[in-house]
Design a protein around this ligand. Structure first.
Ligand SMILES: [Zn+2]
Length: 458
């Protein structure tokens, strides 16, 4: 496939912006040529240096896409979400509204997840994957819970990802909150899925983590069982950390300094793990996050929605912590999280100069670093040899645009512009705003019927 006549934001080492750019997508789903105009000499060498890539003008058999001046950039990455929450949209909670984070969990999410059956899990994931695709997100890192339909649930989510065409990282949220049998089921679902991925790697579009809920719903015994089971799997743990102050108070009750200290001491947090939130952290925690290379995922809109507090994003960056960006299931639109990330930091600091660099780095640089470092995916850049995860955006800049002023264009323009097309691993997922692999309206109708039934059981 050859995409021509695009304004290309490469996100390569010099963040080149190429006007009237041409990008070649090779049959193996990687990026070949990246340059300015067909037939020119601006052909990059393949890594490994086995000669020049053939001029694209010689590749007559390629499908040719005229981008008509649209913006072409790497597909977005969402480093923490919960697709199982999809069918809660619009649901009215019975009784008094939850007044704090523990009540939100008990009255909403821990009741909803227990109500999900295997088909609900599948349709939740389908709808969530479609919504993400339409918002330019090509990779989702999901954290799943369905205690009444635990065994095999990750396969149903994988099925949905494959049908839509997204790249994904899946895990099951192990927790002690539903009793011993449920804990074992959660551990076993992670083990089963990770073993299957190890034995049948396939096309590499689906990867796994070892999922854990949070320090405050997990005993030392369960955490040790998870570490033991993971010895041979060598997956990273994906866990909520210090999202609310209740997690910190619980860790102290257990005689630990903090959730981060507890989870690190027990072998959960390391440089392959994802620690979602890290809102309630002190200087010692931040230092530990940096020292051990733990990957933090910031979810600002969810934090605002649950009124749990504001993460120390600027302090974490200053200390050298790698912080990526996720949605926590709050929105499929990672651009909204990008905006919220720096709005919240400005408010927190009371300083309009702060937060820009951190929000930009979290969304566009650190998410791709996390994806490459943990799952080996070279995405988030348009350069020869990277995977062809791309979006075409209806954005025609009304002011000069270059590598030096991308942030302003993201904030005030690109983040508000419609996503026209999404390509993942060289294949169209969304084309001219329509999902090419699934019928969105049919999926929505079936999901609505499932939601209606789920709500009655709630
Ligand atoms: Zn979460």
């Amino acid at each position: 496939m050859i995409i021509s006549n695009a304004r290309v934001l490469t996100f390569d080492s010099s963040h080149r912006v190429i006007d009237s750019g041409v990008v070649e997508v090779l049959p193996d789903g990687s990026i070949g040529y990246v340059g300015r105009v067909e037939g020119t000499t601006q052909v990059q060498h393949h890594p490994g240096g086995q000669g020049r890539h053939p001029s694209i003008s010689e590749e007559k058999s390629h499908e040719r896409i005229d981008a008509h001046g649209k913006l072409l950039m790497p597909a977005l990455i969402n480093c923490h979400t919960h697709l199982y929450s999809t069918l809660a949209r619009g649901m009215l909670l019975p009784g008094r509204a939850p007044k704090n984070f523990p009540e939100i969990l008990k009255k909403l999410w821990w009741r909803l997840d227990r109500g999900l059956n295997s088909d609900d899990v599948y349709y939740s994931a389908l709808v969530g994957a479609i919504d993400s695709a339409k918002n330019g997100v090509g990779t989702l890192v999901d954290h799943h819970s369905s205690p009444s339909a635990c065994a095999g649930s990750l396969d149903r989510i994988e099925q949905a990802f494959r049908e839509v065409g997204l790249r994904g990282v899946l895990c099951y949220e192990t927790s002690d909150r539903n009793g011993n049998a449920s804990t074992t089921e959660g551990l076993n679902e992670n083990i089963r899925f990770l073993e299957r991925l190890r034995n049948e790697p396939g096309d590499g579009l689906i990867a796994g983590c070892f999922g854990l809920h949070a320090s405050f719903t997990l005993s030392d015994r369960t955490l040790r069982r998870a570490v033991g089971a993971n010895q041979s799997l060598r997956a990273g743990f994906h866990v909520h950390v210090a999202e609310d102050c209740c997690d910190v108070l619980d860790a102290r009750r257990r005689g630990r300094k903090s959730p981060i200290a507890r989870l690190h001491d027990l072998g959960i947090l390391d440089d392959k793990s994802l620690a979602a939130h890290c809102v309630h952290v002190n200087a010692s925690d931040i230092s530990a996050l940096a020292r051990h290379g733990i990957n933090v995922v910031h979810n600002p809109q969810s934090n605002c929605n649950n009124a749990v507090g504001m993460a120390h994003l600027v302090e974490m960056f200053r200390a050298g912590v790698r912080v990526g960006l996720g949605s926590d299931g709050y929105s499929p639109r990672i651009w909204e999280e990008f905006k919220a990330a720096f709005h919240v930091q400005k408010l927190r600091a009371g300083d309009p100069r702060t937060g820009y660099a951190e929000a930009y780095a979290a969304a566009l640089l650190n998410n791709r670093t996390i994806a490459e470092k943990i799952w080996g995916w070279r995405i988030g850049r348009i350069e020869t040899g990277a995977r062809a995860d791309l979006i075409l955006v209806d954005y025609y800049p009304p002011t000069p645009l270059g590598a030096e002023n991308l942030f302003g264009h993201f904030l005030f323009g690109i983040a508000n512009a419609p996503v026209d097309s999404l390509i993942v691993n060289g294949r169209f997922v969304l084309r001219h705003k329509e999902c090419v692999n699934v019928d969105e309206r049919e999926v929505a109708a079936k999901a609505a019927a499932r939601a209606s039934s789920l709500w009655k059981r709630f």
